[in-house]
Design a protein around this ligand. Sequence first.
Ligand code: COA
Length: 372
Amino acid sequence: MPAGGLEGVVAAQTALSWIDGERGMLLYRGYPIDELARHATFEEVVHLLLDGTLPTRAQLLQVRRRLGELSALTPSVERTLRALPPQTTPMEALRTGVSLLGSGVPTSDRVEIDRARRDAYAIVARLPSVIGAFEAGRRGRDTAVPDPDASVAHNLTMALTGKEPDEETERAMDVALVLHAEHTLNASTFAARLTASTLSDIYSAVAAAVGALRGPLHGGANERVARMLDEIPSVAAVGPYIDGKLVRRERIMGFGHRVYRTEDPRAPHLREWAQRLADHNGQSEVIDKALEVQRVVMDRKGLSVNVDFFSAPLYTAMGVPRDQFTPIFAASRAAGWTAHVLEQQSDNRLIRPSSEYVGVRRRRWVPIDQRG
Ligand code: COA
């Protein structure tokens, strides 16, 4: 019987990313995350994951053009997103949106990799548009038409804040997208690969992944971190607040990880950018509280932050609505999800693990009148 939660179980082979949890290392196709965070744009990472190499200048231009051309939604998808019930949250809208994008896409007994790669690019291009259409709809704004010449980071920030981002804010979003794009066989990626392994279509695989990402133990944690930082009235209140949570045996969101035994290597970049944007905007309260939470949780529990912790003060500093934090994660991870689907399809075998039966062995049928 494998460890609970499939810990340590190898369930797929991948050439997309590699983690050393003991040393806190993450590579995308061999490139260290630190170098990607410092130098790469999200579009370069998309090409790296979907096509296998860092793009040349000409290829990068093509990727940008391709993503720009594919980003528009059909009027009926946009209308439907705007007509969702008023209680719909952005992650629910995104889950529905992915399904809408995949309307009429057939399943096939044979994998057509070229078609799947086209669909992969379409998904990466359109997720920000789905997020933007829903956000504009609930604010009563016209949907911002994505600028096909602008970066994904620019268009996504604009869609979420309703404002043209300055250079610093656009690069901060770009770095966040680079950092969230891929992370081996996390829960949502596993959901995507599992769905693809039945020869279902790539949209269904991504819809399954969005559903898995939403949970607070996975991508939903960043929104909970923002709520926690809101609840803490001041830096001085951090210690008693965290102690109270630990006494009640509550989890502190944004801390701990299944794989990393050190600080998540993505976290320092998010911390640096959250601090930079806070300085840039002259609003240090949220980041100061976040830094104190990090110090206190390390002191009390020895737990390090994960990717979801400093993304919360970063997106807060950008002016992104809190319930749109997890959709940003999804817009970025779409690159990793779709790359994993292509990898799964290129050498597919149905993923179908076993279960250990722990119920009653054998029972006699009881007619309905004799039960009770
Ligand atoms: N707050 C408090 N305690 C935590 C913790 C957290 N965020 N993360 C782990 N722990 C503790 C657990 O209580 C457990 O202690 P115990 O053995 O005394 O009960 C121990 O550390 C191991 O936790 P476990 O849940 O078995 O680890 P896991 O590998 O299954 O969990 C996470 C990994 C990410 C689900 C877990 O760390 C967590 O819930 N984090 C908060 C949610 C989050 O930030 N998710 C985003 C992940 S990128």
